[in-house]
Structures are given as structure tokens and as C-alpha cells.
Write a protein that binds this ligand. Structure first.
Ligand code: UGA
Length: 435
């Protein structure tokens, strides 16, 4: 099929490359000419495992093209995915200016039937507005359909998530639109949910909010564990074996971050309020999440007392492993707070340091975890990169000024750390004291 993807951000680029890999002719278009110029040369603006290879392969096979002309992309394709950003405005409301602009641009360039697909995460009823916008600006008498097809890609495993989804959601109003979408996704042999547009839009917001609620729930239980000396990993394991609960998204830690959950929760709370429902549950989810960073800082202070002029080695700055994304990463607020208190930060992250350098000007960036530990009063773990699991902990202990590890991601077993001589502080698990 002839497809164009408007917006070459994270979602657009992954979606476009994967559809090309499935044998479609894809144009990824963006009005950021510099980005398009880079992509044509194989320069990928984000770090996502496997994406570069996919882009290069499909560009060579002439199935994937990049264009700075949205009009051209619209004119030469039958299915148009809207994958532009929907950032939070000051009030938490999703800013849909980008979506409206693209809808207008599509309308002005419609030369034949087009299927317009909402891929970006949007509040319920956006599809309705996209349809109205296109009807207002359309010049030629051609038919079109709007469908909602939310993405469920996780950063770090986005390609696998695209190719092997738990489900594909299609919100469509006409038979033609539904059939075209089913044909497009046929090669994935996935479970497909076909529904109306509004329900599809809601499935996305509700899913992200539910996952965020699971994280805040387990973080709240971790608080209880801290108070009574129980172990949150044991509790989560025991809960997760119940098929109705499931083991996923029950890792306690410093809270969720990234470009999706915080923004989507804000937007969902906002749209709920707008249509007359006060979504108190989600407000609590958000509040618990923001308390997790304070909790970690409190734990740190309990062991370091005064932070001024202490050296703190920090491992991990990305909002989760396998990505260089630091948007809404809890680590950024934590580091900023520590610096405000007068601590000196030595930070190492396997891939997010170039981005972090632009934001954290006073931090000393290290070439590896060992340099971050050298001479530090504490090692603070903020992202659970696999690389950290295989660190030589005996060496780390020798490098630290005092054998203190504060782990915001529960990466190690407390008993193992005690055997290695560390005072080890984690979330919702008993503190073990080093020798
Ligand atoms: C999330 C969803 O998982 C995707 O399905 C969705 O498509 C995407 O948002 C989106 O809306 O675009 P993502 O933000 O890439 O994907 O990352 P997740 O793997 O969901 O993690 C989000 C945050 O939750 C991270 O900060 C992570 O550290 C935290 N988390 C996750 C926990 O604190 N505990 C857990 O048990 C799981």
C-alpha cells in the first residue's frame, strides 16, 4: 500500500520503518527539513535498538523515503498516518495544534480518496475534530475516512512491539476504512480490536493510565513495606502470580517518567474534567508518583546527613533502560535537587549522556560506572540498565569513599549486597548495613 507518515518523531519513524519492512511503500514526512536531510543520509535522531538498520535496509530497497514536503506526501499516498507530537500545555491539556495543522494540510492536498489515521495519542473526540477540519478545508470533491489506530510502542522495544503486538486497535466508521486497515495489519497476524473511533481513542488513554496506576499502586505498597520491614519484591511476585493481576508493571522505584505516562495522565485528567468527570483516582496516581523522588532523597539524607559538598556517583539518567530519552525522567529532578543542596554529581549513563549534558550543566559526566563511583560518598542508581547488573561490585566498593549504595530501581538483592560489604538502601525493602 502507499502510505505516508506525517511526523518523524519516535512513533512516526518506528511506524514508517516497520510498515516499509512489511512491504509497503512509505514516505515519512516532516516539516523539519534538517531532520529529513539527516534521515536521508541514515542519521537517526533517536536511539532505538534496531531502528537504524531498519531505516537503512528499507531506504536501500526503495520502500522507505523521506520528504520535507507534507503536501507531496499526502498527494502520493492512499493512507496517511498523523504521528505529530501532542505535548502538554501549561494546564495539562493536550496541545493539538500540530494535529489541526496536519489535518488542514491534508485537506488542502487531497487529490483522491484518503484514509487518515490518527496514530498520535489524543484525547477522546479528536477524531471528530479531524473530520470536521478536513471537511472545512477540503477543496476537491473526494471521499475520505478518519480512523483511530493508537500506538502501544514502548521505547527501547518499539520494533518488537510493532511487529508482535498484544493487539491492534482500529476505530473506524466505514467498511472501506475498516477493510483497508485490516489489510494493512494482516501480515502481523495479531489480535485486532475493531471498534468505533471514540472507543479506540479511549483505549489508549485508559491503557496508559491503568499501567501508571499499577506502578503507583505498587509504590504505595512499597511505602507500607518500608514501614513494617517487609519486602516489596516478594509482595509484587506474590501478587503478580494471580493471572487477574499479572506480573508486569509492578516494579517499585522512583516512579514513572518519559514522554508518555506523565503527559497522557495530565491530558486524561484534563479531558475528563472538561466532560464533567473528576478523575480523582488518576490525580492520586500522579501524586504518589511525584512523591517517589522525595522518598529517595529522604532515604539518601538518612544515610549521608548533610548533602553539601558530598560527592554522589549517579548511575543512569534516561527515564528507563535502552533509550537515550530523558524527557520527564525522574533522574533530572533528583540531580537538580542534589545540586541545589550543594552536592557534587558524577554521572554515568550508557546512552543518554549527550542529551543530559545539554540540561545538567554542572554535572561531571563520567566514562563508566567505575569513574562515577571513584571517591564518591554514595552511589545512586536511577536507571536499571542491564550493564549495571554485571558491574564488579568488589571493585566498586573499593572505589567508593564509603560503601553506600542507594538504589532507586531495586536492581540487586539486599542480602547479596550485604555480603559484599555495602550498606544498601532500596525502595520498599529492608536496609542492610555494610561492614
Ligand atoms: C508507554 C507504554 O508502555 C506504551 O505501551 C505506550 O505506547 C507508550 O507509553 C506511549 O504512549 O507512547 P514508554 O513510555 O516507552 O511506553 O515506557 P514504559 O516501558 O511503559 O515505562 C514508563 C515508565 O514507567 C518508565 O519510567 C519506567 O521506569 C516506569 N516503570 C515501568 C516503573 O517504574 N515500574 C514498572 O514496573 C514499569
Amino acid at each position: 500500500m502507499k502510505i505516508s507518515i506525517i511526523g518523524t518523531g519516535y512513533v512516526g519513524l518506528v511506524t514508517g520503518s516497520c510498515f516499509a519492512e512489511l512491504g509497503n511503500k512509505v514516505i515519512c514526512a516532516d516539516n523539519d527539513a534538517a531532520k529529513i536531510k539527516g534521515l536521508k543520509k541514515g542519521i537517526i535522531p533517536i536511539y532505538e535498538p534496531g531502528l537504524k538498520e531498519l531505516v537503512i535496509k528499507n531506504t536501500r530497497k526503495k520502500r522507505l523515503k523521506f520528504s520535507a514536503s507534507i503536501s507531496e506526501a499526502v498527494r502520493s499516498s492512499d493512507i496517511i498516518f498523523i504521528a505529530v507530537g501532542t505535548p502538554s500545555s501549561d494546564t495539562g491539556e493536550a496541545d493539538l495544534t500540530g494535529i489541526e495543522n496536519v489535518a488542514r494540510n491534508i485537506a488542502l492536498n487531497m487529490n483522491s480518496y484518503k484514509l487518515i489515521v490518527e496514530k498520535s495519542t489524543v484525547p477522546v473526540e479528536t477524531g471528530l475534530w479531524v473530520k470536521r477540519t478536513i471537511s472545512t478545508y477540503i477543496r476537491k470533491k473526494v471521499r475520505f475516512d478518519v480512523v483511530s489506530n493508537p500506538e502501544f510502542l514502548r521505547e527501547g522495544s518499539a520494533i518488537a512491539d510493532f511487529m508482535h503486538p498484544d493487539r491492534v486497535v482500529i476505530g473506524a466508521e466505514s467498511k472501506l476504512a475498516r477493510d483497508l486497515m485490516l489489510e494493512l495489519y494482516k501480515p502481523l497476524k495479531s489480535h485486532v480490536v475493531v471498534t468505533d473511533i471514540k472507543s479506540a481513542e479511549l483505549i489508549k488513554h485508559a491503557s496508559n493510565s491503568f499501567l501508571a496506576a499499577k506502578i503507583s499502586f505498587i509504590n504505595a505498597i512499597a511505602r507500607i513495606c518500608d514501614k513494617v520491614g517487609a519486602d516489596i519484591t516478594e509482595v509484587a511476585y506474590g501478587m503478580g502470580l494471580d493471572k487477574r493481576i499479572g506480573p508486569g508493571f509492578l516494579n517499585a522505584g522512583i516512579g514513572y517518567g518519559g514522554s508518555c505516562f506523565p503527559k497522557d495522565l495530565d491530558a486524561f485528567i484534563h479531558i475528563s474534567e472538561k466532560i464533567g468527570y473528576d478523575f480523582k483516582l488518576l490525580k492520586n496516581v500522579r501524586e504518589i508518583n511525584s512523591q517517589q523522588q522525595q522518598l529517595l532523597l529522604h532515604k539518601l539524607k538518612e544515610h549521608l546527613w548533610i548533602l553539601k559538598d558530598k560527592f554522589i556517583g549517579v548511575l543512569g539518567v534516561s527515564f528507563k533502560p535502552d533509550t537515550d530519552d530523558i524527557r520527564n525522567a525522574p533522574s533530572i529532578d533528583i540531580v537538580n535537587y542534589l545540586e541545589k543542596e550543594g552536592a557534587h554529581i558524577r554521572l554515568y549513563d550508557p546512552s543518554a549522556m549527550p542529551k543530559a549534558k545539554k540540561l545538567l550543566k554542572k554535572v561531571h559526566f563520567c566514562q563508566d560506572a567505575y569513574s562515577a563511583a571513584r571517591g564518591s560518598d554514595c552511589l545512586l542508581i536511577l536507571t536499571e540498565w542491564d550493564e549495571f547488573k554485571s558491574l564488579d561490585l568488589t571493585k566498586i566498593r573499593g572505589l567508593l569513599r564509603r560503601p553506600l549504595i542507594v538504589d532507586g530501581r531495586n536492581m540487586f538483592k539486599p542480602q547479596d549486597m550485604q555480603k559484599k560489604g555495602f550498606t544498601y538502601v532500596s525502595i520498599g525493602r529492608p536496609v542492610v548495613l555494610g561492614r
